[in-house]
Design a protein around this ligand. Structure first.
Ligand code: ATP
Length: 441
């Protein structure tokens, strides 16, 4: 029998008290119901690596959905169950989420006359996973709390910093694991093991990748773009010929690497300064990955990656807006051009596009001014609205947009910084604009 190392001490040292309480509560409930409960996957891996990870995945040798319901009752929360997969998510009242899966005893019929084997259910559950480092389980029932269940040499692989699949058909079963291997390798600064690398190359030779659906490729690409250093993953993909396997137009040229390098810097800068502003990283990085592709070719990529109609439309629009803004920014002169001009160039563009412009601009003053737009200008709003104009007796119509936009320009250029001044200017603009309209009639 395998000995199970007990890592309760590490678990207690490395997890916050609230998480420990949650684990204990889950283990106690398992005990009450007579089921073995395990924490599994990335959560356990990251305890051994000493990296914070609060995404708790549980596997129950029993009925996972019933377990989830009782758990939510006990701690206060609700449950979303997927009966088909026998999985559930517990959403606690404080917002924390716990994923619960069911492991059942399964019988495997071996070919020919060999006997049917019964495998412990947690072992089967772990065997279906992608890499050894993700195929660890931690017992949490009282009395066994902290025992590490490691059937496949995961601890050794973590120690040797190796990404290794569990069996040789792994990538044939699911080629997206190739991208996952790269992602974990770069994130932890591990190495894909020798045999595993040979299996990746085999899978690529069999062109498994080119047959992979755009939706699945895009899904994995999105995970990559959410990593700390997406470029490291993309470069590894290029090295293995995966970018071209996805689509020949995606080959990572030196120009693209250069822009992507800047994009990573700008993105990190933005994350640091504007914690509260979410951006969608893939929108930023796909701009870099597709740089230089002509307008009439770009749909080959959006179709290969299975963008929705709406994503495609927005992406094409974004590219056009960026092209347009790049031209206009070339004519913008610090000190001579108005800030309101900068504002009107940048304001229609989603933040991913603005960060792209920043990364693309070699001129220091343009970067500085885009930064000024992000830190200050974009938040400015005038203190006058349509209701105010109506109260002034101005007939509602397209003139409202024109007045309000001119007020915004004036405020940005420092000419009408208070509500009072803005109201006064609105009166004047109304007069000017309507007399101008009469003139032109
Ligand atoms: P992360 O730190 O990125 O969240 P994770 O290991 O938690 O990493 P998830 O993508 O959340 O990864 O997946 C949870 C678990 O499900 C993984 O630990 C892995 O064991 C398993 N898994 C996910 N995707 C696959 C796959 N394509 N094939 C096999 N197992 C997978």
């Amino acid at each position: 029998r395998r000995t199970e190392r007990n890592i309760a001490a590490q678990v207690k040292n490395r997890l916050p008290q609230a998480m420990l309480d949650l684990l204990k509560a889950a283990g106690d409930l398992g005990q009450e119901l007579g089921w073995e409960v395990y924490a599994v996957g990335g959560f356990v891996r990251d305890i051994l690596l000493g990296r914070p990870n609060l995404d708790l995945d549980l596997v129950v040798e029993g009925d996972g959905i019933l377990f989830a319901r009782k758990f939510a009752e006990k701690l206060g929360g609700r449950v979303k169950a997927h009966t088909k997969f026998k999985t559930a998510v517990v959403i606690l009242d404080d917002g924390r989420r716990v994923d619960v899966a069911t492991a059942r005893l399964e019988y495997y019929e071996y070919p020919a006359a060999l006997p049917t084997v019964e495998l412990s259910s947690i072992k089967m559950d772990l065997y279906r996973r992608d890499f050894t480092v993700n195929a660890l389980a931690l017992r949490i029932n009282p009395g066994r709390f902290g025992q590490l269940v490691d059937f496949f040499g995961a601890e050794r692989d973590i120690r040797n910093r190796t990404i290794r699949v569990l069996h040789s058909l792994s990538f044939v079963e699911d080629p997206t694991r190739i991208l996952r291997a790269i992602r974990f390798e770069r994130r932890f600064d591990f190495q894909i093991g020798g045999q595993t690398m040979r299996l990746i190359k085999n899978a690529l030779n069999l062109e498994l990748f080119s047959k992979l659906s755009g939706t699945r490729v895009m899904h994995e690409l999105q995970w990559i773009m959410n990593e700390e250093d997406p470029l490291a993953c993309l470069m590894r993909m290029e090295e293995l010929g995966i970018m071209e396997a996805i689509h020949p137009l995606l080959k990572l040229s030196r120009d693209r690497v250069q822009v992507l390098t800047e994009l990573v810097k700008v993105h990190n800068w933005y994350k640091l300064l504007y914690l509260e502003h979410e951006i969608t990283p893939w929108k930023l990085y796909v701009l870099g990955m597709t740089m230089g592709i002509k307008r009439d070719q770009i749909q080959k990529i959006t179709q290969r990656l299975h963008f929705t109609r709406r994503e495609e439309r927005e992406f094409l629009q974004l590219r056009d807006m960026i092209g347009d803004a790049l031209m206009k920014l070339m004519g913008w002169r610090e000190g001579r051009s108005k800030l309101s001009r900068l504002y009107s160039i940048l304001h229609p563009i989603p933040v991913e596009g603005i960060l792209f412009l920043m990364a693309r601009s070699r001129k220091e003053h343009i970067r500085r001014n885009i930064s000024q737009y992000l830190s200050r200008l974009r938040y400015l709003t005038i203190e006058v609205n349509g209701n105010d104009l109506e109260e002034m007796g101005i007939e509602p119509g397209p003139i409202y947009t024109r007045i309000l936009s001119r007020l915004t320009d004036a405020m940005i250029d420092g000419r009408a910084t208070t509500r009072k001044k803005q109201l006064k200017l609105a009166q004047k603009l109304h007069k000017d604009l309507s007399s101008h309209e009469e003139d032109s009639e």
